[in-house]
Ligand binder design. Sequence first.
Ligand code: SAM
Length: 353
Amino acid sequence: MAAPSLKKFAFHTLQQGKTLAGLAHKELSNKLMEVFAPEAAPGKFPIDQDLITEIRRSMDNLENIDWQEAEAGIYPKSQLFEAPWLEWAKKYPLVWLDMPQTWQRRKRNKTREIPRDVKEEDYPDYYLQNFHHQTDGYLSEHSAEIYDLQVEILFNGTADSMRRRILSPLKTGLKKFLSEDSKKVKVLDIATGTGRTLQQIQSALPEVELYGLDLSGSYLKQASKYLSSRSGDLVQLTRGNAEKMPFPSKSFQALTCVFLFHELPREARQNVLNECFRLLEPGGTLVLADSIQIEDSPKFTSIMENFHKIFHEPYYRDYIIDNINSRLEESGFSSITSESHFMTKVWKANKPI
Ligand SMILES: C[S@@+](CC[C@H](N)C(=O)[O-])C[C@H]1O[C@@H](n2cnc3c(N)ncnc32)[C@H](O)[C@@H]1O
């Protein structure tokens, strides 16, 4: 057997380190919650040893595919190490300082504490909530600043690896457009948040024109700060509702959307897919990534149940049993495929020519 390269070893060590840091953070914060806000501690389904073994196996598989796809040139290996570490280190105390407010919100079951200056009429009603009990929901700079770090902790350092699973299907879907060199290929990342997926696409496909859309001006501001600190072409960021996007029909060759659908009510999920169909050029591809679902990951049912017990995720329970394939078909998509990687399921669907 060939010796693992130094880079592979470094990647493995980094992932292990992130996992340990995530677990240690959660262990300590749970202990503190039990002491200082015991009423906020949610009742959870127990996680037995078999499930822990299964989780480890699934995380190992994710790490392996992440490495293999980098080796295959789907994205540069530097992508595996890419993160604003210094920024995150500076922001880490903010995560702790925010925690007591989160516990209070959970304890009092307060899920609609949105900043006073937010114009409610600018947003759909389902959006005006404290998803994950987070302070200000998605509607403040404070929330945007600590979001990435919170997600990395939540997924024990695997969030970016899971996001990267959209890159291979995206590249496959864009192949024919990229070979017609007369044409500028446009890709839109829907619900882009703080822009981590955009950054990944930019490094895998530097030649495409990139766009990002999100309902949160604060998250887009964070995305803009992050993306402009890197080399690469400018990314156009637009504030808007994914149910009614401010772009002409057939204006993109590919669309991506990561971790949005579990936060939408059913009707909104269908509206977003209908909009995706409208925005794609015939022959174009949609790549969607979100939580795994019960049907294809029954072994992780208790984790999915715990997720919506611990965090305020009002549409998650419905999402994990929703038939997204049927929704894609209803919107007009064909050649639909899906695969799961640890906690993330990725769909690829085409708009017929
Ligand atoms: C869980 S975050 C995912 C963000 C990002 N894609 C990621 O990978 O971290 C959900 C994002 O969806 C955005 N969002 C929620 N509902 C939306 C809607 N109807 N239209 C546009 N963006 C929406 C939120 O503002 C938030 O940035």
